[in-house]
Each structure stands twice: as structure tokens, then as C-alpha cells.
Design a protein. Structure first.
Length: 295
């Protein structure tokens, strides 16, 4: 079953990328002209938003480990996270997590503490996004299919609450203070991530007059959630773009709009690499400075 799913994911990934490339080449003149006329200041703002979101992610691990009475610092967790950014782009989408687990284990963090970090980083973000976006889609979307799907996802998110009883037996339940902090951090993260997406789409003129900021953010979060739960689509590639293109108000053909939405992934990759390069330059400068001081 596991092998079959892996091959299904690979097949879907190849087909999705091939489809996007084919659409791009068929419409390359129009697409290039739109990107050429884009607002580069809007791109810069989107990159800044995503860099801030990236720098915020280690706070999740810090909150959990501090609640477990671990003395690790934010600086250490941030260094681990930034140092392992390149592994994020390896096929599979899980290698950054594995690399960070290896690093935390090397620092003497308990298996339970590491398991908690992995659990909450991969569930708390998505549950919060699911609750907010599904309610928004159900209340405001005129698309009956997606409204029904939103309701199902919302009920599914609520249904995860009884799992707390299971987690309690496994000592996976945190303090109320920790949950309040996690909720605040995840909410800020999604504000920054949605800000990055909105800035990118606005920069290329893909925000329709009928779509205000709230609707755009709700559509983005919902599309991300649907892509996340689509286990056949690695990192939601293809699904995220298709769902957003269906929900957004746009005069462009859906296939063309998918290309522009997919471009957001390229911008995130660029943002991640800039963050990593900045971190590496900082490490080198600190190392050189320390060496000079020692001499």
C-alpha cells in the first residue's frame, strides 16, 4: 500500500509538472508579458513576508520544548531550521523534518520532545488554517461543490479534538499556556504567509476587483488545506493551483491562472534560498570575526 501510494504521488507529480509546462509554452507570450509588467516592489514585499514567516517557524518548537522544561534557546532552533532549508527541496518534502530531527537528537532532546515538535508542526498549522478557511468558504463561496467540501473539512477538523484523549495517555498534551502561544504563533504565520501570497498576486495583477483581501486569503488557505490533505499530490502540487483557480474571480482561463498561482511556489523557493544564503553569510562573517578577535 505504501509503495503504491509513493508511485501514485510520483506519477501525479510528473503529470502536474508536465501539464503546467505545456500550458506555459502554449500561452508563454501572454504569461511573459504579464510577468514583465509586474510590480517588482510587490514581489519584494511578498519575499519579505515569507522570510518573516520562515523566521517565525522555530517558535513552534521553542514553545513545545520550553513547555517540556527543555532549556534550548530560540537561537539554536533557528540555526537548525535555517541550516536545513536546502533539504526542503529534495523529492518527498519530508527531508527537512528528518534533518532537523537528527540535529535535535544530537543536542540531547528526548524522543518524546522531538515527537511533539514534529506532531504539532505538521498538524497545528493545518488544523487552524482548515477551521478558518473552511468556515470562510462555507459562508461566502457560491460554489456548491467547494462549500460542501469545506463543511466536510471543517467537521473533520473538529473531529480531531477527541484525539486529545489519546494524546493525553501518551503524554502528548501541553499546558493551556502553550496552546495559547501555539495558536498565536500559527495565526501570525498564516497572516504573513497569506500576506506573501496576496502581495505576489497583486504584483502580477491577478486580484480581481470583486475579490477583496479577505476572500483572497480565505481562498488561499482553503486551497492550501485541500492540497495538504490530497495525499496523492506531493506538497499539494497541482491541487493547490487548481482549487484556487476555481475559487478566484478572474477573467483569465483557469489553465493560465494556474500558471500564475504556481509561480508563487517559485517565489517561495527564491525567498527560502535568500534566507539560507543570508544565514550562511552571517555564519561566515561571525566565524571570520571570531577568528580575527582570537588572533
Amino acid at each position: 500500500m505504501k509503495t503504491a501510494l509513493l508511485w501514485l504521488q510520483r506519477l501525479f507529480l510528473v503529470c502536474s509538472i508536465a501539464f503546467l509546462i505545456a500550458v506555459f509554452f502554449q500561452n508563454r507570450t501572454d504569461i511573459v508579458s504579464i510577468f514583465t509588467a509586474a510590480s517588482y516592489s510587490g514581489f519584494a514585499i511578498a519575499i519579505l513576508f515569507w522570510i518573516l514567516a520562515t523566521l517565525l517557524i522555530p517558535v513552534i518548537a521553542l514553545t513545545i520544548l520550553k513547555d517540556r522544561k527543555n532549556s534550548i534557546t530560540f537561537r539554536t532552533l533557528l540555526a537548525i531550521h535555517l541550516n536545513r532549508i536546502p533539504s526542503k527541496f529534495l523529492p518527498g518534502g519530508v527531508w527537512q523534518t528528518f534533518a532537523r530531527v537528527y540535529d535535535m537528537n544530537g543536542l540531547g532532546i528526548t524522543k518524546t520532545g522531538i515527537s511533539l515538535v514534529v506532531l504539532y508542526e505538521n498538524t497545528y498549522f493545518i488544523i487552524l488554517a482548515a477551521i478558518v478557511s473552511t468556515l470562510g468558504i462555507y459562508l461566502y463561496s457560491s460554489n456548491e461543490l467547494y462549500s460542501t467540501l469545506a463543511l466536510a473539512l471543517f467537521l473533520g477538523s473538529i473531529a480531531t479534538i477527541p484525539l486529545a484523549l489519546f494524546f493525553r495517555k501518551r503524554s502528548f498534551i501541553l499546558s493551556i499556556t502553550a496552546y495559547v502561544q501555539l495558536t498565536a504563533v500559527c495565526a501570525i504565520f498564516w497572516v504573513l504567509a497569506a500576506g506573501a501570497f496576496y502581495s505576489y498576486m497583486a504584483a502580477i495583477g491577478m486580484i480581481a476587483a470583486s475579490d477583496d483581501a479577505l476572500h483572497t486569503v480565505v481562498n488561499y488557505l482553503f486551497s492550501y488545506v485541500v492540497g495538504f490533505v490530497s495525499i496523492f499530490a506531493p506538497q499539494g502540487i497541482g491541487v493547490f493551483e487548481a482549487v484556487y483557480s476555481e475559487l478566484a474571480s478572474s477573467e483569465l482561463p483557469r489553465t493560465q491562472l494556474m500558471i500564475f498561482v504556481a509561480g508563487f511556489r517559485v517565489l517561495l523557493m527564491l525567498s527560502d534560498m535568500l534566507t539560507w544564503l543570508g544565514f550562511m553569510l552571517f555564519k561566515i562573517s561571525v566565524g571570520v570575526g571570531a577568528k580575527q578577535y582570537a588572533e
